[in-house]
Design a protein around this ligand. Structure first.
Ligand code: G4P
Length: 531
């Protein structure tokens, strides 16, 4: 292993940003990119209806709605680090891809709106981060607006999410009274003056010693007294900083700021880069594959179909887990036991696709799928014997019965839904009683229903009708040999099979889950299914 390879890998940081829509994820991402010099103007990241810079509006349906539902990957250089941000769709209609993206990240940044606290979508995404034990950093945004009490926000995070918090800095006031942040380690106060620079709002930031006369003047006697009390309380009653706990995902370092005004963003980035890990080793059965010591390996975490309608192509997104990817060399696809060169590997930044010749552990690349890849597959240097652990199947929350209108095209219909399900946009289920004549479709975000209908009609020529079903909760039965039709208390509960024949139950509410568990001794249900 060369020193250069080690250096390239160790300077990489790969993280996902999670938040509830509107908390400021896009704005924060954009500010990171501005710092890294990857973009020059604000507004380049977000795909608004009238913007020509949509991150990824490859599908008509997305264009029609003016939203961007697909995740993309942004890479930039900052201070000798090579940073990969995995963007997760911020719209409410997010999909299973959003969850899968988190499987490719080494840490997560959670953006919280200071006036709202922890919101629904953050909770869902947070659960996936917890399952992976990756570090979670919190950025409490919009401090330039009236915010909830900072202690209250800390307990909200701790109670709702069940993670300990450790504020690295602490705000002085909020809204119009927002004076700056106190850096608990440096014991300095960073003040901000908003400066408008055309498109991108940038702040002038200045550090002062906490005991300085300037600070007395800026913050005032009363403000300083309050700050001293709050810091004392934090020091005495708060959690101690422990990098090991951070790395295990048990303690979240917390930062305050305002992404829109670029307040506290650079300091957040600085501490984040200090605390976040280099690309993590990844489990393959009993082995842990070291990112530096092992030759090239990667896994597929997302497949995106028909990015170019004329070609019906599929792009597979690979997270490089170890070594160096060299576009001129053959790779080995473990699942199909085949060797080939990956065609036109590219980095995927917003709409831009750059063909690349190399990538390192920590990076994400898009490659044309020769038609053999499935989500979770391992691609590695020839001679590789291991297989990365699969990506779990996440619980869909919306269900429809899919009715095919034209029985003549049955083969096309089956092909269409099977292919779309393989890409992971939808999950299909078969009822125990009805056979393949009726299919139940489950999705994580309701927009996927429209996408499904649109694609079946446009790509496969199948007219379909969707009938909404009342189920909201799905649970896999842990023991796959269980016959769910024999379970007790099954009124209003639907028993179905997934594509692999695993038994599942669909419930209208979570109270029903408790009832079925109570009445069926020994029954174990799972929210994710580990593949
Ligand atoms: P998202 O990706 O998490 O969905 O959030 P996004 O960054 O799009 O931010 C949502 C809205 O909140 C935007 O306003 C954005 O300008 C605003 N915002 C983000 N950070 C801050 C902040 O620190 N302070 C304040 N006051 N506002 C912030 P919008 O009006 O919906 O969109 P736009 O027209 O400004 O783009």
């Amino acid at each position: 292993m060369s020193e250069d390879l080690k250096k390239e890998i160790n300077r990489r940081r790969t993280f996902a940003i999670i938040s509830h829509p509107d908390a400021g994820k896009t704005t924060l991402t954009e500010k990171f990119l501005l710092f890294g010099g990857a973009i020059n103007t604000a507004g380049s990241v977000k795909g608004k209806a009238n913007s020509k810079y949509a991150v990824s509006d490859w599908m008509d349906i997305e264009k029609e709605r003016g939203i961007s539902v697909t995740s993309s990957v942004l890479q930039f250089e900052y201070d000798d680090f090579c940073i990969n941000i995995l963007d997760t769709p911020g719209h409410q209609d997010f999909s299973e891809d959003t969850y899968r993206t988190l499987m490719a990240a080494d840490s997560a940044v959670m953006v919280i709106d200071a006036s709202k606290g922890v919101e629904a979508q953050t909770i869902k995404l947070f659960k996936v981060c917890v399952m992976r034990h990756i570090p979670i950093f919190t950025f409490i945004n919009k401090m330039d607006r009236d915010a909830r009490d900072s202690f209250e926000l800390m307990s909200d995070i701790e109670e709702v999410l069940g993670i300990d918090t450790c504020p690295i800095n602490w705000p002085i006031g909020s809204g119009k009274e927002f004076k700056g942040i106190y850096d608990r380690k440096a014991k300095t106060v960073r003040t901000f003056t908003a400066v408008s620079t055309g498109g991108a709002k940038k702040a002038e930031e200045k550090d002062y010693d906490i005991d300085s006369d300037e600070i007395k003047e800026i913050v005032g006697e009363e403000g300083l007294e309050k700050l001293a009390e709050e810091i004392e309380l934090l020091d005495e009653a708060g959690n101690e900083f422990d990098i090991e706990k951070v790395r295990q995902g048990e303690l979240s370092p917390v930062f305050f700021g305002s992404a829109l005004n670029t307040f506290g963003v650079e300091i957040f980035l600085k501490y984040f880069l200090e605390m976040a890990t280099t690309p993590l080793a990844r489990r393959a059965g009993d082995e842990l594959i070291d990112p530096v010591e092992s030759p090239f390996s990667a896994f597929v975490f997302k497949i995106q179909a028909n990015m170019n309608k004329a070609h019906r192509d599929r792009i597979a997104f690979l997270r490089v887990c170890s070594g160096k990817f060299d576009a001129n060399k053959d790779v080995y696809h473990v699942q199909s036991d085949r060797k080939f060169k990956l065609s036109q590997p590219q980095s995927i930044m917003a709409e831009e696709r750059k063909v690349i010749s190399e990538a390192y552990a920590g990076d994400v690349i898009g490659v044309f799928d020769p038609g053999v890849f499935s989500i979770g597959d391992t691609i590695a240097a020839p001679g590789t014997k291991f297989e990365y652990e699969g990506i779990p199947t996440f619980a869909p929350e919306h269900f429809c019965r899919l009715i095919h209108q034209n029985s003549m095209k049955r083969k096309q219909f089956i092909k269409g839904i099977t292919q779309i399900a393989q890409e992971g946009a939808i999950q299909i289920f078969e009822e125990y009683t009805a056979g393949m004549s009726e299919i139940i479709v489950g999705v994580v975000g309701v927009l996927q229903f429209d996408v499904l209908k649109h694609r079946l009609e446009n790509e496969y020529g199948c007219e379909v009708r969707l009938e909404a079903l009342p189920y909201q909760f799905i649970r896999w039965i842990k023991d796959p040999s269980t016959d769910p039709t024999k379970l007790k208390r099954m009124n209003n509960v639907k028993a179905v099979k997934d594509m692999k024949g695993n038994p599942l139950l669909l419930f209208v509410n979570d109270w029903m889950i408790k009832m079925v568990l109570e009445d069926n001794d020994g029954l174990e249900l799972m929210e994710f299914r580990k593949n």
